[in-house]
Design a protein around this ligand. Structure first.
Ligand code: NAD
Length: 669
């Protein structure tokens, strides 16, 4: 449509200048990334053809950027002879976020538009993928004018001003004066490597910008295009695109018709003002809900209030919210010691101690006092949601809302669907998640749900690796090099080693057939609970947050190896990574088979948003797909044969075995 309109405008002698604009606060969102590599991307006119026509236009073309401009849209605007923007407009080239760089001149023209003086700004925009406000780009000379007030009238005024000019600037004609280009790019590369380790596209973006500075336009353009095409085929780019779609797909529930209307939720009650209750209350307060916070004792309630106020004060301190917002937020919070107070709540979330008897007393009370139609949710991590629902006479209104700590920060929310959960209760939860800025993934009921059930296998392997000779530092280093935000031992020290200890004690009693290394118990028996006690797998001298090697922990480990009769051997980083990650994959496959997760990509979303799995690897299931499932199975057979192998666990899940033998993948392309 743009192409045809340009034809008409160029042909009409009455037209002296042309402006391109968008609607609804959007200039353009950029390419449809589903089309990458597909025939649809070749539909005429292609982005490249359109840009070439604008670049060589017989009349000046003005990009009238009315709002958000992203990717290909920004590249079109840069090919225009002029750019004017609404005051609230934001302009970006977010391509690196999906593992590529702009491929239609974006790096070459933005760099030229910014010139030597503002080169750092152009570089930051391209390398971070974050949009910049039009006002800032006006200072840098990328935008010619910011228009306050009536936008289209302002555009028309600008068009009349420039229409009579004999010369219209073309960014392609500009050269960049940069003193000490060598120094500039060396610093840029060092910075990018530090901020975005292991992300190829970010570094390649610097190469493209350097080409813009050092080479003639046509050569730079070709370099950019070749780089773009090569990046399209990287695992990083496939993985990041997978992650992007996986999050959207996770909101679809196969047997939940769109016609199911969610219930209306305005007032929320949270039971329990501990770690999770406070975070959950903050998440809802931040999204504008009225929240009642219920505790059993005045001290616990006071402590909870102090936590919530502290977090909000911290946000004021960091400039994220202003003092007035903090005050109105706190004004929506009603602390209370009376459970019957929940009578007017539309949604009640329980976050009390993880004991079935306590949950029972709470849910029996909720059943008595909640209004009919209220949704009753539990934040339990390990208990049976169906059993909890059965404590009420309204199990259809009950579901699990499994938040992650800290609940006001972590994006992931597992929505746990019980046997009896009503469709509209599920629909309501999915809609709510979006309102409070969470990424929701549906799980059926099982011990640990999707995320923690898989994590248990990962942690079990981590402990076996210690028994077999790997130091916790070596295991953390290997998996962090793979790209995890934090290795299992640093993570346990942060979360508190006593938490896992409690869960294991329950497992020893309930499932004596599961094999566990006792090394973590020995660490706990020595009072090494992690950061909170100043010592865990690492030592934390003087309250430091980054642990250092602990001779005491090493001695405990050495003694345990003797006790359990393991003969320590040297273990390569590759084995460490494969055992940890394939443990996730095999358990993930079982979770899929059992129908606990709806689809492999849901599992990937959980690991990407809740467990620090490296985004550029697309999640555990996608990673297994990219390695090739036959290779995964082969490695697993090798692990089963190890002396200390836990062969039963490494027997590939039937689904994994079947897909591997068919040459298929978990995630359908
Ligand atoms: P916590 O011990 O910090 O807080 C529990 C709070 O509940 C305490 O303040 C306690 O006074 C209060 N409480 C106990 N009985 C109550 C009752 N009958 N009525 C009102 N309040 C009562 O525990 P937490 O870490 O916040 O965990 C709460 C729940 O969230 C548990 O089910 C836990 O499994 C789950 N969970 C915890 C995490 C985590 O990382 N901590 C993550 C996800 C889920």
């Amino acid at each position: 449509a743009v192409g045809a309109a340009l034809d008409r405008a160029f042909a009409d002698p009455a037209v002296q200048a042309v402006a391109i604009t968008g609607g609804n606060g959007l200039f353009t969102g950029g390419a449809d990334i589903r089309e990458f590599g597909q025939p649809a991307a070749q539909r005429k006119p292609t982005l490249h053809e359109l840009i070439a026509r604008i670049d060589a236009a017989p009349k000046p073309v003005i990009a009238a950027i009315n709002g958000i401009s992203m990717g290909g849209g920004t590249e079109i605007s840069l090919a225009c002879q002029y750019r004017v923007a609404a005051a609230q407009a934001r302009i970006g080239l977010p391509e690196v976020k999906i593992g590529i760089i702009p491929g239609a001149g974006g790096t070459q023209r933005l760099t030229r538009a910014a010139g030597g003086q503002y080169l750092a700004l152009a570089l930051e925009m391209i390398v971070s993928g974050e949009p910049q406000p039009a006002t800032r780009l006006k200072e840098a000379g990328v935008v010619d004018r910011v228009i306050d007030g009536d936008f289209l009238a302002g555009v028309a005024r600008f068009a009349r001003e420039i229409a009579g000019r004999t010369h219209h600037p073309r960014l392609a004609d500009r050269t960049i004066a940069l003193e000490d280009a060598d120094g500039f790019f060396a610093r840029a590369r060092a910075d990018v490597n530090k901020r975005f380790p292991r992300l190829t596209a970010r570094g390649r973006a610097v190469d493209a910008i350097e080409a813009a500075v050092r080479r003639p336009f046509a050569e730079g353009l070709q370099f950019e295009y070749d780089t773009f095409m090569a990046l399209l085929e990287t695992t990083e780019s496939h993985a990041l695109r997978h992650a992007f779609f996986a999050e959207r797909t996770a909101t679809h529930i196969a047997d939940l018709p769109k016609s199911v209307a969610p219930r209306k939720i305005e007032r929320v009650a949270v039971i329990g003002a501990g770690t999770m209750g406070c975070g959950i209350a903050l998440a809802f307060l931040g999204a504008g809900f009225a929240v009642a916070l219920i505790e059993t004792s005045a001290e616990a309630l006071q402590r909870g209030l102090a936590t919530i106020t502290g977090v909000l004060d911290g946000q004021v301190g960091k400039g994220r919210i202003d003092a007035a917002t903090r005050d109105t937020t706190l004004a929506r919070l009603t602390p209370s010691l009376s459970l019957p107070q929940i009578g007017n709540a539309d949604l009640i979330i329980e976050a009390v101690f993880e004991e079935l008897a306590v949950k029972r007393s709470v849910f029996e009370a909720l059943d008595r006092f909640a209004r009919p139609g209220a949704i009753l949710a539990t934040n339990t991590s390990t208990l049976d949601v169906d059993a909890i629902a059965a404590f009420t006479r309204r199990p259809a209104d009950v579901l699990g809302l499994h938040f992650f700590s800290p609940a006001h920060v972590m994006r992931l929310l597992e929505v746990v669907r019980g046997k009896a959960t009503a469709p509209e209760v599920l629909a309501t939860a999915m809609g709510l998640a979006k309102k409070i800025g969470k990424t929701a993934v549906v799980s059926r009921v099982c011990d640990g749900f999707i995320g923690n059930r898989m994590l248990e296998q990962y942690l079990r392997q981590a402990m076996f690796l210690v028994d077999e000779g790997a130091a916790p530092e070596a295991i953390d280093a290997a998996i962090e090099e793979f790209g995890f935000a934090m290795g299992p031992f640093r993570m346990s020290d942060l979360a508190g080693n006593d938490v896992g200890w409690l869960i294991r004690k329950r497992r020893y009693a309930e499932s004596p057939s599961i094999a566990y290394s006792r090394v973590a118990d020995r660490i706990c028996e020595a009072g090494r609970f992690g950061q909170k006690t100043g010592k865990g797998w690492y030592d934390y001298p003087k309250g430091e947050r980054r642990g250092v090697h602990s001779p005491e922990a090493a001695a405990i480990i050495a003694a345990w190896r003797v006790e359990c009769g393991a003969a320590p051997r040297a273990i390569a980083a590759r084995e460490i990574v494969e055992r940890l990650v394939y443990a996730l994959v095999n358990e993930g496959a079982r979770i899929l088979e059992e129908g606990i997760a709806q689809r492999a990509s849901d599992i990937d979303v959980i690991y990407l948003t809740g467990y620090g799995f490296p985004a550029f690897r697309g999640g555990p299931m996608f990673h297994a797909d990219s390695v090739g499932l036959a290779g995964v199975v082969q490695a697993m057979n090798g692990f089963a044969a190890l002396a200390h192998g836990d062969a039963g666990f490494w027997k590939p899940a039937p689904l994994l075995q079947q897909l591997a033998s068919q040459g298929a993948t978990f995630n359908r392309p």
